[in-house]
Design a protein around this ligand. Structure first.
Ligand code: NDP
Length: 340
């Protein structure tokens, strides 16, 4: 890799590479479309920071971007979340300095050794949190914050149903809900994942192959639950709605099995005046003050021990396609990190 020295406003002479190693797709498709390439990297533009990335968060959304389920132009560098160190500042950037450790989510182009990114989306990592742990929790943890505080505040004593309870989001949702005093029933695909979901704090678990609504009611004194957190989508939507009590909340926030089929309003009425929402994190963190509020809640939950990063798989950035294969075939649990 060639090195080029350039001067950036706000920082003394800094040595930053003029190229970056990235994982890029040139067309949508399977993991075989993911290419490890070296691309030119210009100096950071006004309002941007240059990052040396140390840990990249793997998220299911990266799969949707790769396949084209979430449409976007190609060629494209995959990924939306990483932690790293600021190497240089573009013009006009204030409040950040070279050497600061930061994390971000929701900025396409994260599968990279180095990158430029908007300074106003960077969040400083607390001293007590390692880069890798920040990259493991930042997108998933803010998603959980959105789910249990922003959409509908979870109340102590409520029994809730959580799909993919041993997954990346599950590894944060289950303990955080538990810490708020909720009783969590988790759905998982294997007995091994059931054991892990219990370790995260599930009160009970159900295998996805079982009749989920029947098992929920057996466990919950014959009644449905007030809220279901459903990230599985196509195969889980109907069982989720059947697991709710009247006026329950169907929070469908992912498509791991494919997008849920259309749901007519009358189906919500039949279920007992159900409330359905399909949230996206970026609508909840678009304003800087909301991003800061969510981040403060997440760092606080980590400080108190309610939430811990659980990195259970690590892949070199160049092997990101293998990470996608593992995630899509349900072989991962907890969080997965790509290392540049
Ligand atoms: P996970 O680690 O949870 O992986 C997905 C899990 O879904 C799998 O491990 C698997 O768990 C389960 N699953 C069920 N059916 C399938 C299937 N057919 N194929 C693959 N997996 C399946 O991923 P993440 O933590 O990254 O994300 C979890 C979910 O949250 C995703 O759906 C993602 O889109 C969503 N999300 C939504 C956000 C939003 O803003 N709306 C933001 C962030 C994430 P098991 O084997 O136990 O069934």
């Amino acid at each position: 890799m060639s090195l080029k020295t350039h001067r950036n406003p706000g920082s003394p002479m800094s040595t930053s590479p003029s190229t970056a190693d990235v994982i890029r797709i040139h067309s949508h498709g399977g993991p075989e479309e993911m290419r490890f390439e070296t691309v030119d990297l210009p100096p950071p533009a006004a309002g941007q920071v240059r990052l040396r990335q140390t840990a990249i968060g793997l998220n299911f959304i990266d799969v949707y971007t790769r396949t084209g389920l979430y449409a976007g132009p190609t060629p494209a560098v995959l990924g939306v979340e990483a932690a790293g160190e600021i190497e240089a500042l573009g013009e006009g950037v204030e409040g950040l300095r070279p050497g600061d450790r930061v994390v971000y989510n929701g900025i396409p182009g994260a599968y990279a050794s180095h990158r430029n990114a908007p300074a106003d989306r960077m969040v400083k990592i607390p001293d007590a949190v390692k880069d890798e742990d920040a990259a493991a929790v930042f997108l998933k943890g803010l998603t959980v914050w959105m789910l249990i505080f922003e959409i509908r505040r979870l109340e102590p004593g409520e029994t809730i149903l959580v799909w993919a309870a041993a997954g990346g989001v599950g590894s944060i949702l289950v303990p955080w809900a538990n810490a708020l005093g909720a009783r969590v029933i988790g759905v998982v695909s294997t007995p091994e994942k059931a054991e892990l979901a219990k370790a995260y704090g599930c009160w009970e678990t159900i295998l996805a192959s079982e009749d989920v609504p029947t098992r929920v009611k057996e466990l919950n004194g014959g009644k449905g639950v007030p809220v279901v957190y459903d990230s599985v989508g196509k195969t889980s939507a109907e069982p989720s709605m059947k697991s709710l009590r009247p006026r329950g909340w169907f929070i469908t926030y992912g498509n791991a099995s494919g997008p849920a089929d259309p749901i007519p309003p009358a189906r919500l009425n039949q279920g007992g005046s159900l409330v359905m929402t399909r949230p996206g994190l970026f609508h909840f963190t678009h304003r800087r003050e909301d991003l800061d509020r969510g981040a403060a809640a997440l760092w606080g939950a980590m400080r108190s021990g309610a939430v811990k990063a659980d990195v259970r798989q690590r892949f070199a950035l160049k092997d990101a396609a293998d990470a996608h294969r593992a995630l899509e075939s349900r072989k991962t649990s907890g969080a997965t990190i790509l290392t540049p």
